[in-house]
Write a protein that binds this ligand. Structure first.
Ligand code: C2E
Ligand code: MG
Ligand code: MG
Length: 745
C-alpha cells in the first residue's frame, strides 16, 4: 500500500493515472475507517488506521501477514472465509460483526464489510473495511438495559402511568389498566375521556388541568374518575407536559387510587362529625341537667328557707316565734355583755283579748292579732325584734340601750300605736296592751330570767288597771310565784271542799222585795282566807278546773235552794254563773238536768248567767245548747251586758229571759250623762225584746232612783245587799220575803 513500494507501476502509468493513484493513496492513507487489501489470504496493504486499530506499529509491519492473524481462532477465520466466499463471488458485500484480535492478543468488536476487487476472479484480492464497534455496541447494550429497566419500572409501578398526546392514549402501564378495569392494551389509542363519567366532567377536568400543564407546572389534583364498568374511584393525578409549555408533545400522567384513603377520610370526617354531634348533644343534655339541678337546688333552698321560716316564725302574724326570739335575745345579750350596754325585754299582753275572741270568734281574733302585729312592727326600729309567743302575747327585744328611759319611750310608743281603733270589716275594735319590762343586766343575765321577769312585770301592769307598762321589780316575782302556788292549791281545793257559795239578793225595783238570789263562789283558802272569784276564776278557766268547779256550784246552788225551802223559807230563783269554758262542754245540759233532779229543785227556779261572749261564738251548738236549756225550763240571763260586743238585736235569736246591765254603766249613772243615756236605751230595747232588765252594782239610793225612773225591772248591788253566806241570806230573806210567789212554777 505504500507508494514507494511500487515504483514500477508509477513509472508505467500515464501522468493522469499516476495522479489518480496518488489521489487514491491519499484518501486511503487519511481515511478514518480501517481499510485492508488482501490477496490469497495475505495482507497486501492496509492504511494507517487499520494498523492502529489492530495494534500494529505501521501498515508495513502488516504487509505479508496471513489474514488469520486478526481472528480469534483458525476455526473462526475458516468460518468467515466459508461464509464470505459465495457472497464475494456473487459481487455482493459481505458484512460481519465479530470479536477480533489485536497484535497484543486483546480483543475488540469489529464490524467488517468486505468486497471482492473482481468478483469474477476473487483471487485478485479482497477489500476489507473495518470499524471498531466495541464502544457503540456497549453503549447500545447499556441503552437497551436502561430501556428494559425503565420498562420494568413502568410495568411494576404501583401507580398508574399514562402517556397521552393530544388527548389520545399512547402508552400506559399494567397498573393503569388494572386500576381502571381495562384489559392489556385496550386503552391504547382511546381518548382520555374514558376515565371520566361524562363529557361535562371531562370538560371540567380539562379546564383545571390545561392551564397548569401549559404553564409547564405540575398538576396535582384529586378527581372522581370512572372505571371501564362505570364504577367510581377517587384518583390523585399528577401530570406534567413532556416538553414544558408544549402540550402537543405529550403529557405524562401518574395516577393513584386514593378511594380507600378518601373513604377513610370521609369515614373519619363522619365519625368526627358524629362525635361532635354527640358531644354537642351531651353538652346540651348536661346543660339541661345542670339547669334542672340548679332549679332543684333553688327549689330545695326555697323549701328549706320556707321550712326555716316556718320553724322560726309564727304562722298567723309572720313574726319571729319563741324559738327565734330566744335566739336573737341570746345574741343581743352576748353582744351587750361584750360592749357593755343594756338590753330591754318588753313582755306584752293584749287586754281583754279573750273577750274579743270569745265574743267575735277566732277569725276576728286572728285578724286583730295580725293587725296588732303590723302596728308593733311598724313602730319598732330595724334592729329591734318583735315576736309573738302565742295567744295574745308579744315580746319585744331592744338589743342596745344606753339607758332604761329608752325602753320606757318604746313602751309608750307601743301603747300609743295600739290606741287608734282597728277596723275589721266595718267593725271598729279597740285594743290595749299591758307591758312588762325587764332589763339586762340588772333584772337578769339570761334569756329565761329576763323573759320570766318581764312576764311578771306584765301581770303587774294588768293588776295596775291594764293599758300601761311596768318595769320589773323583785317583789313582782313574789306575786308571780304566788299565782303559781294559787294554781297548785286550786287543784286540791275541790277535794278538800274549800269552796263555798255566798249569795246576793236581787230585788224588784217597784217594791224592793226579793225576786232572786245570785250564787257567787268563794274559796276558803287555809292560809289566805276567803278568796274572791276574780282571783281564781281566770286561773280555773286557764287550767280547765272551771268545769268540775262549775258543776259543784250548780249542785250546791240547787242543794241550798232546796235546803232553804225545807227550812220554811220562800222558794226563790237562784242564779248561777257559767263561764264560757263550761258552756262549750257538750254535757252541760245533762249536768244541769242531773243537779235539778238530784236535789228536787224546780227547773224554773234555776237561772243561768252567761256572758255576751258565749252568745257571740256564733256556732249552731250555742243555739242548740241554749234551746235545750230553755226546754229544760231554766231561766237564762245575759250577765255584765255592755262589756262585750253584742248588740241587742242580736239577742233576739236566743231564748234569753234576763239582761243584767254591767255595773260599770250603773256606777256613774247619776253623774255621767253618756252612761245614763246608754242605760236608758238598753232598758228600752231590752223591754222591746220582752226581756227582764236587771241593774247590777246598785250601790246607792240615787242609782236606784235613776234606774227606777228609767223603767228597770230589778236591781242588785251593795245598796240592796252584799254577797253573804247561806245563813245570813236566810235571815235576809226572812226580813225581805216577798208577799206572794215570786215566779210562777
Ligand atoms: P257577776 O256575776 O257580775 O257578779 C257580781 C259581782 O259584783 C260580784 O263579785 C259581786 O260581789 C259584785 N257586786 C255586787 N254588787 C256590787 C256593788 O254594788 N258594787 C260592787 N263594786 N260590786 C258589786 P264577785 O263575787 O267578786 O264575783 C265576780 C265575778 O266572778 C262575777 O261577776 C262572776 O262573773 C264571777 N263568778 C262568781 N261566782 C262564779 C261562779 O260560781 N262561777 C263562775 N263561772 N263565775 C263566777
Ligand atoms: Mg253574775
Ligand atoms: Mg255581773
Amino acid at each position: 500500500m505504500n507508494a514507494s513500494s511500487q515504483p514500477n507501476s508509477v513509472a508505467a502509468a500515464s501522468s493522469d493515472e499516476a495522479r489518480l493513484v496518488l489521489e487514491y493513496r491519499a484518501i486511503l492513507e487519511n481515511a478514518s475507517v480501517a481499510i485492508l487489501f488482501t490477496r490469497q489470504s495475505r495482507v497486501l496493504h492496509c492504511n494507517a488506521r487499520f494498523a492502529e486499530m489492530f495494534g500494529w506499529s505501521s501498515p508495513e509491519e502488516l504487509q505479508g501477514q496471513p489474514g488469520s492473524v486478526f481472528w480469534l481462532s483458525l476455526e473462526d477465520y475458516a468460518e468467515v472465509g466459508r461464509n464470505a466466499g459465495p457472497v464475494l463471488a456473487a459481487g455482493q458485500s459481505f458484512e460481519v460483526e465479530r470479536p477480533m484480535r489485536r497484535k497484543d492478543g486483546s480483543t475488540f468488536l469489529c464490524h467488517i464489510v468486505a468486497k471482492a476487487v473482481n468478483p469474477a476472479a476473487t483471487t485478485e484480492g479482497t477489500i476489507w473495511i473495518g470499524e471498531d464497534v466495541t464502544d457503540r455496541r456497549r453503549a447500545e447494550e447499556t441503552t437497551r438495559q436502561l430501556m428494559l429497566q425503565q420498562q420494568a419500572i413502568l410495568e411494576n409501578a404501583s401507580v398508574g402511568i399514562l402517556f397521552t398526546q393530544e388527548g389520545s392514549i399512547r402508552h400506559c402501564n399494567a397498573r393503569m389498566e388494572q386500576m381502571f378495569g381495562w384489559g392489556p392494551g385496550e386503552l391504547i389509542g382511546q381518548s382520555a375521556r374514558v376515565f371520566f363519567a361524562s363529557d361535562e366532567d371531562y370538560g371540567l377536568f380539562g379546564q383545571e388541568a390545561g392551564p397548569v400543564l401549559l404553564s409547564g407546572n405540575q398538576l396535582d389534583v384529586e378527581w372522581a374518575n370512572v372505571r371501564k364498568d362505570g364504577s367510581r374511584l377517587w384518583c390523585r393525578i399528577l401530570a406534567r407536559a413532556v416538553v414544558p409549555g408544549d402540550a402537543t408533545q405529550g403529557t405524562i400522567w401518574t395516577t393513584e387510587d386514593v378511594s380507600a384513603r378518601r373513604e377513610a377520610q370521609l369515614a373519619l370526617m363522619q365519625a368526627h362529625e358524629e362525635l361532635e354531634n354527640r358531644v354537642a348533644e351531651r353538652t346540651a343534655e348536661l346543660a339541661e341537667t345542670n339547669l334542672r339541678l340548679q332549679e332543684e337546688v333553688a327549689e330545695r333552698q326555697q323549701a328549706e328557707e320556707r321550712v326555716m321560716h316556718l320553724a322560726n316564725h309564727d304562722a298567723l302574724t309572720g313574726l319571729p316565734n319563741r324559738r327565734l326570739l330566744i335566739d336573737r335575745l341570746g345574741q343581743a345579750l352576748a353582744l351587750a355583755h361584750r360592749e357593755n350596754h343594756q338590753v330591754a325585754v318588753l313582755f306584752m299582753d293584749l287586754d281583754r283579748f279573750k273577750t274579743i275572741n270569745d265574743s267575735l270568734g277566732h277569725m276576728t281574733g286572728d285578724a286583730l292579732l295580725q293587725n296588732v302585729a303590723r302596728r308593733l312592727s311598724e313602730t319598732l326600729r330595724e334592729g329591734d325584734t318583735v315576736s309573738r309567743l302565742g295567744g295574745d302575747e308579744f315580746v319585744v327585744v331592744l338589743p342596745s340601750l344606753d339607758q332604761p328611759k329608752a325602753a320606757e319611750k318604746v313602751a309608750l310608743k307601743l301603747v300609743d300605736a295600739l290606741a287608734p281603733p282597728i277596723d275589721l270589716g266595718g267593725q271598729e275594735l279597740r285594743v290595749s296592751a299591758s307591758i312588762g319590762i325587764s332589763l339586762f343586766p340588772e333584772d337578769g343575765c339570761d334569756t329565761e330570767t329576763l323573759l320570766r321577769n318581764a312576764d311578771s312585770a306584765m301581770y303587774h301592769a294588768k293588776d295596775m288597771g291594764r293599758n300601761n307598762y311596768q318595769f320589773f321589780m323583785e317583789q313582782m316575782n313574789v306575786a308571780a310565784a304566788e299565782r303559781l302556788r294559787l294554781e297548785n292549791d286550786l287543784h286540791r281545793a275541790l277535794e278538800r271542799q274549800e269552796f263555798e257559795l255566798h249569795f246576793q239578793p236581787r230585788v224588784s225595783v217597784a217594791n224592793g222585795l226579793a225576786c232572786g238570789i245570785e250564787a257567787l263562789i268563794r274559796w276558803r283558802h287555809p292560809e289566805r282566807g276567803l278568796v274572791l272569784p276574780g282571783h281564781f276564776i281566770p286561773v280555773a278557766e286557764d287550767t280547765g278546773l272551771i268545769v268540775p268547779i262549775g258543776e259543784w256550784v250548780i249542785n250546791e246552788a240547787c242543794r241550798q235552794g232546796t235546803a232553804w225551802c225545807a227550812a220554811g223559807l220562800p222558794q226563790i230563783p237562784v242564779a248561777v254563773n257559767l263561764s264560757p269554758r263550761q258552756f262549750r262542754q257538750s254535757n252541760l245540759v245533762d249536768t244541769v238536768a242531773r243537779a235539778i233532779e238530784r236535789h228536787g229543785w224546780p227547773c224554773n227556779l234555776l237561772e243561768l248567767e252567761i256572758t255576751e261572749g258565749v252568745l257571740m261564738q256564733q256556732t249552731s251548738d250555742t243555739l242548740k245548747t241554749l234551746e235545750a236549756l230553755n226546754r229544760l225550763g231554766v231561766g237564762l240571763a245575759i250577765d255584765d251586758f255592755g262589756t262585750g260586743y253584742s248588740s241587742l238585736s242580736y239577742l233576739k235569736r236566743f231564748p234569753v229571759d234576763f239582761l243584767k246591765i254591767d255595773q260599770s254603766f250603773v256606777r256613774d249613772i247619776a253623774v255621767d250623762p253618756d252612761d245614763a243615756t246608754i242605760v236608758t236605751a238598753i232598758i228600752g230595747l231590752a223591754h222591746s225584746l220582752g226581756l227582764t232588765v236587771v241593774a247590777e252594782g246598785v250601790e246607792n239610793a240615787s242609782q236606784l232612783d235613776f234606774i227606777r225612773d228609767a223603767g228597770c225591772d230589778e236591781a242588785q248591788g251593795y245598796h240592796i245587799g252584799r254577797p253573804m253566806p247561806a245563813g245570813q241570806m236566810a235571815e235576809w230573806l226572812l226580813a225581805n220575803r216577798p208577799s206572794g210567789p215570786l215566779r210562777n212554777a
